[in-house]
Design a protein around this ligand. Structure first.
Ligand SMILES: [Zn+2]
Ligand SMILES: [Zn+2]
Length: 165
């Protein structure tokens, strides 16, 4: 089936979607909605995220695909990037950005969406609790120390050593 007919890019006809949050890329060409809070959120300090985001770390909020819906007119402006094979193709897992402004929007996994909270219309001085990171992963590759009391894993969450602050 074409990706344009699947979640999170489409819904079956007549299927309802309760909008809890809205968001978009920097320029607004790619808009989306969320129907729930994220199930978890994290900071990833891996060198891949650093390079792909041009930032010291990645901040991601995890949603089920059924809880995200991209606007229909956004689909032509979505760029898919398979960072493992370094190709602009939708081979999951892959990265989603805007073809116009190039801002990163999400990582699409096989079952989950890792949405980037800065793309949501939320108060950045008063972040909703569910978007707050619960841990740091790949902290062994960090370029900045963060003293926030959250668990810090050298690599993957729960599958690598913890690092003390
Ligand atoms: Zn854009
Ligand atoms: Zn990473």
């Amino acid at each position: 089936m074409d990706w344009r007919e699947q979640q999170p890019y489409a819904r079956k006809q007549g299927e309802s979607f309760d909008v809890k949050y809205t968001g978009s890329c920097y320029c607004g060409a790619v808009k989306f909605k969320a129907s729930s809070d994220p199930v978890d959120a994290k900071f990833c300090h891996c060198t891949g995220c650093q390079s792909l985001h041009g930032a010291p770390m990645q901040w991601a909020a995890i949603f089920h695909k059924k809880d995200i819906l991209f606007d229909e007119d956004a689909l032509d402006n979505i760029n898919f990037y398979d960072s493992e094979n370094k190709q602009n193709v939708r081979h999951l897992p892959c990265k989603i950005s805007c073809k116009q402004c190039r801002s990163p929007i999400a990582d699409e996994g096989r079952n989950m969406m890792l949405m980037f909270p800065v793309a949501f219309k939320i108060d950045r001085r008063n972040i909703p609790h569910a978007f707050k990171p619960t841990c740091h992963i790949f902290y062994g590759q960090r370029v900045a120390d963060i003293k926030d009391g959250m668990p810090k894993f050298e690599g993957h969450k729960d599958h690598s050593n913890k690092i003390e602050e």
